[in-house]
Design a protein around this ligand. Structure first.
Ligand SMILES: Nc1ncnc2c1ncn2[C@@H]1O[C@H](COP(=O)(O)OP(=O)(O)O)[C@@H](O)[C@H]1O
Ligand SMILES: [Mg+2]
Length: 329
């Protein structure tokens, strides 16, 4: 039971926008497609939904090839950034709309609408019109309108990107909770790495049509497979050691006023900035060999932070254990 993409290629005119991409998405997964704007995320989602056709390759659901199956007969529903609720219908009527068209019996409709409203914590909003709701509430209704049809897979194309930061953070938790309760597959497109990290069981990182890595957020953060995912997901310092680029996370980058232990690789540098972030200070150091790195210092470490004044000569170092080095691509 899974959705399998097999060697998918998609071209627009002469431009190849999805490059021989293969993936397996398990039932019930919260799966994110992550990558910079223009890397082919929406195109991939549209091929899964059936709005676009691959030039070659196959999309299989439970072993069945979906190629000949038109979009409206696939057990998928889409949610977009612009929620596009019907403004002249109440929340309840918006949710009932698709079921009515399918001639679902009245009693079943009202039961399913109640259940859906309950799931998105909006039972009290049934008779409200969309214009009286917040952006986050509209997006919850749009999600409910998609899952009320009981699709196998919900396809979400940057559904939170129109919301302000606070609402977006809240909706990340909310959407994840809805997905857990429904226990259906969500394929979630985003260009926001924090969003993908917070919400997903697994993340697929894309760059210029290529799949760069597929793994859990934790694995992708601690064991990036290539330079692209290393720098795209989370903060990364880059050192040059023996002519090679070495990637080290800020929380693995040590800063000290005295010489470093001999088993560490160390550099001298100068503090150029320090920013108080609450739990940590971000301390920026310009290396004498060139380049700027960021170190985290626990804000409990007050004596040290007093000594780490701007302009101060310091040592910066790391353990090889936490070094990521990649073959050049
Ligand atoms: N219908 C289309 N016709 C021509 N080019 C397109 C079309 N849709 C997308 N593209 C191009 O394909 C590439 C990938 O686009 P898209 O899938 O929308 O990326 P993303 O969603 O990751 O931002 C872009 O270069 C975009 O300009
Ligand atoms: Mg897109």
């Amino acid at each position: 039971m899974a959705l399998i993409l097999k060697n998918i290629v998609k071209k627009f005119n002469s431009q190849t926008v999805v490059q021989d991409l293969s993936l397996k998405i398990e039932d019930g997964e919260f799966f994110s497609l992550l990558g910079p704007s223009g890397c082919g995320k929406t195109t991939l989602l549209r091929m899964i939904s059936g709005f676009e056709t691959p030039d070659s390759g196959q999309i299989l659901l439970d072993g069945q090839d979906l190629t000949p199956i038109p979009s409206n007969e696939r057990p998928f529903r889409m949610v977009f950034q612009s929620y596009a609720l019907f403004p002249h219908l109440t929340v309840g009527e918006n949710l009932a709309f698709g079921l009515k068209i399918q001639k679902t019996p009245k009693e079943e409709i009202s039961e399913r609408v109640e259940n859906a409203l309950n799931l998105i914590n909006m039972l009290d909003y049934k008779n409200r019109f969309p214009e009286t709701l917040s952006g986050g509430q509209c997006q919850r209704v749009a999600v409910a309108r998609a899952f009320i049809n009981e699709p196998r897979v919900l396809l979400l194309d940057e559904p939170l990107s129109a919301l302000d930061k606070k609402m977006r953070d809240h909706m990340q938790t909310e959407l994840r909770a809805i997905q857990r309760k429904l226990n259906i597959t969500f394929i979630f497109v985003t260009h926001d790495q924090d969003e993908a990290m917070t919400m997903s069981d697994r993340i697929a990182v894309m760059e210029r049509g290529y799949l760069k890595q597929v793994s859990s957020p934790h694995e992708m953060y601690s064991s990036p497979a290539n330079a692209f995912t290393a720098s795209f997901l989370g903060d990364m310092n880059v050192f040059v050691h023996s002519g090679q680029k070495v990637f080290i996370r800020p929380e693995r980058t040590l800063v000290s006023l005295s010489p470093m232990a001999s088993d560490l690789v160390s550099y001298s540098g100068e503090v150029i900035n320090k920013l108080f972030k609450g739990v940590f200070w971000d301390v920026y150091v310009r290396l004498s060999t060139g380049g700027v790195v960021k170190c985290l210092v626990d804000s409990k470490n007050e004596d040290m932070m007093e000594d780490l004044t701007i302009g101060k000569e310091v040592q910066v170092g790391y353990s090889q254990v936490y070094a990521h080095v990649f073959e050049t691509e």
